[in-house]
Design a protein around this ligand. Structure first.
Ligand SMILES: Cc1ncc(COP(=O)(O)O)c(C=O)c1O
Length: 348
């Protein structure tokens, strides 16, 4: 069976359904973001100029502006990497993970090898599984769809001269560990690992999926090659305004608070799921969603739709399969109502 790598959760959301399929936070926009976005709408006659946003993102991650490339969402970064690194001889994608990196590589003509992490190992990364001569490696952290957060030290083992190591941190801002100041296990500020490229998205936590804004952080020598693959003016003026606003200390502090709240809501979901019969949760979830294994998952998913809930199918993720579903972490009231419906569907 060929897997539809182009399937995404947004295809599962329908009119009137409660959305547990897409991992974008649904909350009112804070004024520090809404105001610069509205102001940007008055400057649309001018072509976008990314200098200010690039400098702001660089400051946020304690990097040099030459190590920052703003993109139209993290999704565009996958395409830039796939196109600029056409010379890669052995590209490897660590699965299960978001399917766009593999798709972008294939579309650019690469022959992609998969390394599959296993449910029995809690979907934890073992750097030794990646072939030594892989010269382009893509891994997600935390990983969509498993929600597993790999130790930065294990990922760092994958970096070496002659290899580009892409770490998709689209959901890193959703991770939280009590007693740790910033994002646990993020490599965004790391400048000493050879060939390390970190991708970041601003579309999830800030509910900006329709605006398309993200960026990549990497070696100053590599970035001009990636930038050359990017269409001119790829990031719009409102998207640049969002990047600047979301890089401010106020935004970063707000992200930490959101991540702490999310951790409590995730714990609640996990406690409730523990009581659901015949269901197991993948690994140790650390992000805004969890993946679960259950019998007849497809039937359960369709019945949940009948009862008003959209969840994400798991069969389009290499390394998962038809008995997996992915569920977004939502507020505790939504979780309670959902888990009750899920239990009823499973027990019927
Ligand atoms: C793991 C992961 N990386 C990247 C992306 C792309 O995000 P963006 O909206 O920034 O393009 C997604 C979107 O679902 C994702 O799940």
């Amino acid at each position: 069976m060929t897997i539809d790598l182009a399937h995404h959760g947004d295809a599962e959301v329908g009119a009137g359904l409660i959305d547990l399929a897409v991992n974008v936070r649904h909350e009112p926009m804070p004024p520090w973001l809404a105001e610069p976005l509205a102001a940007a709408m008055t400057r649309l006659a001018a072509y976008p100029d990314g200098k200010r946003a690039t400098a702001a993102v660089a400051r946020r991650h304690r990097r040099d502006p030459a190590e920052v490339l703003l993109t139209a969402g993290a999704a565009q970064a996958f395409v830039l990497l796939a196109q600029a690194l056409r010379g890669a001889r052995r590209p490897v994608v660590v699965h299960p993970q978001f399917t766009e990196p593999e798709l972008a590589l294939r579309n650019a003509g690469h022959r992609v090898e998969r390394v599959l992490l296993r449910a029995a190992d809690g979907f934890r990364l073992d750097a030794a599984l990646v072939p030594d001569d892989a010269d382009l490696v893509v891994v997600g952290n935390p990983t969509n769809p498993t929600s597993v957060l790999h130790p930065a030290a294990e990922i760092a083992k994958l970096a070496r001269p002659g290899r580009v190591l892409v770490v998709d941190e689209a959901f890193a801002d959703s991770t939280y560990r009590p007693g740790v100041d910033g994002e646990p296990e993020s490599l965004a500020g790391s400048r000493d690992l050879p060939g390390l490229v970190v991708l970041r998205s601003l579309t999830k936590t800030w509910g900006l999926a329709g605006l398309r804004i993200g960026y990549l952080l990497g070696p100053a020598e590599l970035l001009p090659r990636l930038a050359a693959a990017q269409p001119l003016w790829a990031v719009s003026t409102p998207a640049l305004a969002a990047a600047t606003a979301c890089a401010s200390p106020v935004a970063v502090a707000a992200e930490r608070e959101i991540a702490a709240r999310l951790a409590a809501e995730r714990d609640h979901l996990l406690r409730r799921l523990a009581d659901v019969p015949k269901l197991t949760v993948a690994g140790v979830p650390a992000s805004a969603f969890v993946s679960v294994r259950l019998e007849n998952a497809e039937k359960v998913r369709l019945e949940l739709r009948e009862r008003g809930y959209a969840v994400r199918r798991g069969d389009t993720f290499p390394g998962l399969g038809p008995d997996w579903l992915r569920i977004a972490v939502r507020d505790t009231a939504t979780t309670d109502a959902f888990v009750e419906t899920l239990s009823a569907v499973i027990e019927e």
